[in-house]
Write a protein that binds this ligand. Structure first.
Ligand SMILES: Cc1cc2nc3c(=O)[nH]c(=O)nc-3n(C[C@H](O)[C@H](O)[C@H](O)COP(=O)(O)OP(=O)(O)OC[C@H]3O[C@@H](n4cnc5c(N)ncnc54)[C@H](O)[C@@H]3O)c2cc1C
Length: 171
């Protein structure tokens, strides 16, 4: 049985994953590389209908719907301005910092522990779980390692040393 998950990355996905695991009875700790939260950092992003539904399942929907504005139509353009796609569905556009802060604060309110200044550099399997090693020399042990450390995920690189590189669609 899984008792404790180590979640790498305290951005958007990390705190939400911790709250989802909590629902499943799994304790977790979040490890964020930076020595502080990303309050006030970033511009806007749009949560599409599937993202809103995922938050609804965790009773986080009302929290984010008090932020930002409705975006019923979304157009995707390439770098030359050519229209690639139009979607018409209920979406919400909000400041990344507001979304981050609301989710982080709610996770903390629900008892999630977030550690700052803990950049994952290595991980290895132990006889009964996993050990994570951080740049400051500290370590943590758990039953499960979850990568929520963004586009250039160190966790993913440790699990799959030769993953496809992130790139643009080229259109
Ligand atoms: C500060 C910041 C501002 C952003 N602003 C915007 C924006 O304005 N508009 C937009 O569309 N998108 C923005 N993004 C990207 C967007 O938030 C993400 O692509 C999206 O929300 C996916 O969330 P995520 O949790 O998977 O990744 P992210 O939100 O990227 O979070 C990943 C987290 O993992 C941490 N991390 C990375 N490597 C390690 C490691 N080795 N060990 C521990 N922690 C690690 C990062 O510091 C970060 O906090 C921003 C990302 C960040 C980090």
């Amino acid at each position: 049985m899984t008792n404790k998950a180590l979640i790498i990355g305290g951005g958007i996905a990390g705190p939400v994953t911790a709250m989802a695991l909590q629902r499943a009875g799994i304790d977790s700790e979040v490890f964020e590389a930076y020595d502080r939260g990303a309050d006030g950092v970033g511009a806007f992003l749009t949560l599409a209908v599937n993202g809103l539904e995922a938050l609804r399942l965790l009773d986080l929907h009302d929290l984010v719907c008090d932020l930002g504005m409705d975006s019923p139509v979304m157009e995707m353009l390439n770098a030359r301005g050519k229209l690639l796609a139009t979607t018409r569905q209920p979406s919400r556009t909000l400041r990344r910092a507001d979304l981050y802060q609301a989710l982080r604060d709610e996770a903390v309110r629900r008892g999630v522990r977030i550690h700052y200044g803990r950049r994952l550099v290595d991980a290895s399997a132990t006889s009964n779980g996993v050990r994570a090693v951080f740049a400051d020399g500290s370590e943590a042990e758990g039953d499960l390692l979850v990568g929520a450390d963004g586009l250039r995920s160190r966790t993913r690189a440790l699990i799959d040393p030769a993953p496809p590189a992130p790139g643009t669609s080229g259109c």
